[in-house]
Design a protein around this ligand. Sequence first.
Ligand code: HEC
Ligand code: HEC
Length: 461
Amino acid sequence: MRSIFLALFSTLALLACNGLRDLPDPESNADWKTQALPPSAQSGDGDSKKGLEYLIYGDYIGTGIPFSFLEKRLSGQRDTVLNRTGNGGLLSYPFNAFQATNGVEVVAGNCFTCHASMLNGELVLGLGNAGSDFQKSIKLQASLTNTLVKSKYGKRSDEYEAFEEFGFFYKSIAPWIKTPNPGVNPAFRLEEACANYRDPVDLTYKKDANFETIRYTLAADVPPLWNIDKKNALYYNGMGRGDFAKLLMQASVLGIPDSAYARKVHQNFVDVVAWASQLESPSYPGNVDEALAAKGMPIFEDRCSRCHGTYGDQETYPSKLVSLGLVKTDPYYARYFTTVSGLAGWYNQSWFANSAPASKLEPQDGYVAPPLDGIWATAPYLHNGSVPTLEALLNSPVRPALWKRTDTYDYDQVGWKYETPAKAKDGYDASLPGYGNMGHYFGDKLTPEEREAVIEYLKTL
Ligand code: HEC
Ligand code: HEC
């Protein structure tokens, strides 16, 4: 009897300290199966060249670490990936150097921290970074930077002023973005932590939290940016509606001072949307067995197109949100936004939703069936990046429950070559809530020959 109590007690204690008890109820009552998500009006007419320039030189994060603080720590070598001019050229590609409003030059991460990746020896802008590891806490690094910047320049200096907002959020987001698995990205947790301390109406910093957050971090694979031209709604659960330029600039809540600054950033993000919309997926670098791919095409059109659309000369994309009950993939990410997270509530009362052109977050209990352009390049698969290869995605019994990504991309099986680590904490553990590899059983019924043909066809998209 005593041992039962002990077991029960330690389970409860474990749940409490992981924050698991706060997770959403995974069961959804949604009685719909699929919904076609409608398009919304866009700002239009951006300049894609200016959009890319703004992404790699621009001031959309608002504040950052003073350049003079980092200067001595840089190698002095110019970065040959983006070949930037000015001090930005002394930084590696995921960082921008720009002027804060008071004229001090600062450094902050840019969108390519998460939205660029090496593929076949080349950096592909727009390809999600699947190699990041948010398992390590950045808490120490964040407090150290705060202390060092303060002691070097003093609290009343211009440098500190240009750093303060960034420094505060850097420190306060640290506990919220530590993920229980490698490779997954906690972007929305990062945003939640920032939005939580901003007045929704004018986006200024405030002391008290707007909403409660849970301690367990649900995170996602980073999607490629080349699909946004086809999409009517953004994000895995399709919650991003309305003006895309507003949705794409959400990272600005990390360091900008207020909504007047946000309005200026937005003007530039019309160009950023134009840049992202003209991106094309990369072509498969290996040889495609054309005869086999031609056999795969009608099978794909029969079994997959109703959700994922058609490719080639006559492209169609149905823009479908598929209910959790039908797709059966891990429900926690979608359920988090419909039942637990305060982010959508904050967003829909905020400058992002209440100034023209409006954008909104409308979470629902489902996941979007994404366009499959360049799908050969974007492993791991599913919203939570739980499945390392296309073969495993289309044959659920072979999905590994615990796996560790190697640095080798397998162009034949399509996806990451992986190993099985000895300890769960050293790999992707699909038994954790929110990181399950279940669902999307649509490939299971294919014969091995049909599956091989479909995979060959997918290489051509
Ligand atoms: C910390 C990493 C990180 C940073 C920085 C970041 N993103 Fe993302 N982004 C993500 C993740 C993760 C998602 C997936 C979230 C989801 O769909 O639920 C995402 C989703 C998106 C999407 C939606 C894609 C789709 O198919 O629905 C777009 C567009 C996007 N990001 C653009 C940007 C831009 C532009 C910037 C820079 C201002 C940026 N992101 C900065 C991680 C990041
Ligand atoms: C009923 C609709 C539906 C059908 C039919 C369907 N899928 Fe999907 N598919 C989805 C949804 C929804 C997702 C996203 C699930 C998630 O991320 O949790 C998805 C995800 C995928 C992904 C991973 C995308 C990524 O970027 O991670 C691939 C690849 C894919 N499907 C291929 C196929 C193929 C091949 C078929 C046919 C054998 C098929 N699907 C049939 C709805 C469907």
